[in-house]
Ligand binder design. Sequence first.
Ligand code: NAG
Ligand code: NAG
Ligand code: NAG
Ligand code: NAG
Ligand code: NAG
Ligand code: NAG
Ligand code: NAG
Ligand code: NAG
Ligand code: NAG
Ligand code: NAG
Ligand code: NAG
Ligand code: NAG
Length: 447
Amino acid sequence: MNIIYLLFTVSSFSFPIAAVDLNLNSLQSLQNATSLVAYGLMDYYTGDQYGQTVGMFSDPYYWWEAGGAWGTMLDYWYFMQNDTYNDIITAALLHQVGTDNNYIPLNQSTTEGNDDQAFWGITVMTAAERNFTNPPEDQPQWLYLAQAVFNTMALRWDADSCGGGLRWQIFVWNSGYDYKNSVSNGALFHMAARLARYTGNQSYVDWAERVYDWMSDVGLISNGSYKFVYDGASTTDNCTVLTTYQWTYNQGLLLSGAAYLYNYTGSDTWLLRTNQLLNASSVFFNNSILYEAACQKSGTCNNDQRSFKAYFLRFLGQTAQLVSETQPTIMKWLNASAYAAAQSCSGGTDGHTCGLNWFSGGWDGMYGLGEQMSALEALVNTRVLHLPGPYNSTDGGSSIGNSAAGTEQEATNLAPLHITDGSKAAAAIITSVVGISIVAAGVWLII
Ligand SMILES: *[C@@H]1O[C@H](CO)[C@@H](O)[C@H](O)[C@H]1NC(C)=O
Ligand SMILES: *[C@@H]1O[C@H](CO)[C@@H](O)[C@H](O)[C@H]1NC(C)=O
Ligand SMILES: *[C@@H]1O[C@H](CO)[C@@H](O)[C@H](O)[C@H]1NC(C)=O
Ligand SMILES: *[C@@H]1O[C@H](CO)[C@@H](O)[C@H](O)[C@H]1NC(C)=O
Ligand SMILES: *[C@@H]1O[C@H](CO)[C@@H](O)[C@H](O)[C@H]1NC(C)=O
Ligand SMILES: *[C@@H]1O[C@H](CO)[C@@H](O)[C@H](O)[C@H]1NC(C)=O
Ligand SMILES: *[C@@H]1O[C@H](CO)[C@@H](O)[C@H](O)[C@H]1NC(C)=O
Ligand SMILES: *[C@@H]1O[C@H](CO)[C@@H](O)[C@H](O)[C@H]1NC(C)=O
Ligand SMILES: *[C@@H]1O[C@H](CO)[C@@H](O)[C@H](O)[C@H]1NC(C)=O
Ligand SMILES: *[C@@H]1O[C@H](CO)[C@@H](O)[C@H](O)[C@H]1NC(C)=O
Ligand SMILES: *[C@@H]1O[C@H](CO)[C@@H](O)[C@H](O)[C@H]1NC(C)=O
Ligand SMILES: *[C@@H]1O[C@H](CO)[C@@H](O)[C@H](O)[C@H]1NC(C)=O
């Protein structure tokens, strides 16, 4: 997004408010503040405009971040009890499922990485756990989609190097194929933990343990009472050398995954790991205010990285709901970060564009989808202890899934009428076209 576009879009705002005022003790104050921040977030959404693609945000925001942003909008709906955007969210989530209902849409399929796919999977998992309105019967259901993402990712588990792990990239021709990183593996762990708790199926617990043990063995999760999560390691040296950047969202994927597993299994091991991952999370706070330590101070955060705090705040909120011992620490961080983020949401000509750095007591001049997402998650997550935690399949969740999702050609949770031989044939043709174009692209690269 360039500045001219920003000025153009913000000039269409009708809010006369100069800054986001906030009193965390008042739901109405939070609703007033967040409705402005959410409006600012949706200002980057162009998918409902003529000639644009449903579900996608404006340039330069990549497809994966759109998946993350819809998760933020789900949190806005749930915690602020505001369904203004629900139809837009549903349309976006369903438009991008792809022909195999697993979030590998044709438009993204040649460049998509495991982490990209996972961020859409995490969002539909939230839809299932929050009992978000189910899609029409002839569409794939939230739980089904989450399982399809999980299953297709788990099938890529690669024991040929590093003793296991997922590669970052799905396809051999993409740079990053030789990198096994924490966001891909952490997301697989995180999805497994949530699916375990939602469905009660032990095979997800087994998967979560497999991924966690592997990450710990190669050192992507450090040992000891502060469990730091490092960025990744290369297959070219069998994952013996770690890239040690620490990102908020990686720490959060592991932290909340451990919290889900503790909540579901009651195991002391997962409680201990939750607390150790929480201990290490303190590196991302300064006077309890969250920041992206690896890039924020140096001013080098790219568009992707500017959204990482959003996911981390969401994962902190989930952890507080699932493991009561973590609540004092997490609520202290969420409260302080929410107030600081709200003060940063005082920029732009509209007066409520949010910034990146929340220490300055005002807007720092930065703006974008990631900034709006992060501030919105900080604000809405201060309500986590006022609303029910994630539902499972028997205590409030109503989404229907299938443990084999993603390994068949059709969404088998559709009403039987909709699974015709014709649609199966169509799906098979499209699948083979994707296959051919992938092979063709590979040949082209080799030439
Ligand atoms: C919220 O906004 C409404 C409408 O502008 C206003 O009447 C109300 O006083 C505001 N509440 C708080 C707590 O700011
Ligand atoms: C719900 O969200 C819309 C759009 O952001 C806003 O106009 C409306 O005031 C919000 N309502 C409440 C109760 O927050
Ligand atoms: C794929 O791209 C085309 C052309 O931009 C667009 O019309 C279509 O909606 C896109 N499909 C998805 C699922 O993104
Ligand atoms: C690669 O690392 C794995 C796990 O650490 C180990 O089991 C395997 O023997 C190593 N392979 C080579 C060729 O060193
Ligand atoms: C869902 O959670 C309830 C407790 O709230 C528990 O009794 C039930 O067994 C759980 N269901 C599954 C499928 O794990
Ligand atoms: C952490 O402990 C595990 C087993 O307890 C071990 O395999 C792994 O190498 C250790 N990691 C580091 C970085 O020392
Ligand atoms: C967290 O760190 C503190 C030291 O700051 C330590 O006393 C505590 O045991 C750690 N918690 C866990 C679960 O290891
Ligand atoms: C922490 O916050 C203080 C102001 O509260 C600021 O001066 C300092 O630079 C911040 N530290 C980092 C690492 O950003
Ligand atoms: C967070 O803020 C809420 C609302 O002001 C307050 O009730 C709660 O005690 C605070 N929690 C902590 C740990 O600061
Ligand atoms: C699990 O999470 C639910 C939902 O927040 C909570 O009510 C329950 O007390 C938690 N269970 C444990 C063992 O912490
Ligand atoms: C979940 O949604 C279903 C279907 O709309 C509804 O029947 C059920 O009451 C909802 N559960 C909760 C806990 O709200
Ligand atoms: C549990 O999930 C696995 C695949 O992940 C599946 O093979 C198995 O049938 C499922 N079990 C039940 C009881 O649904």
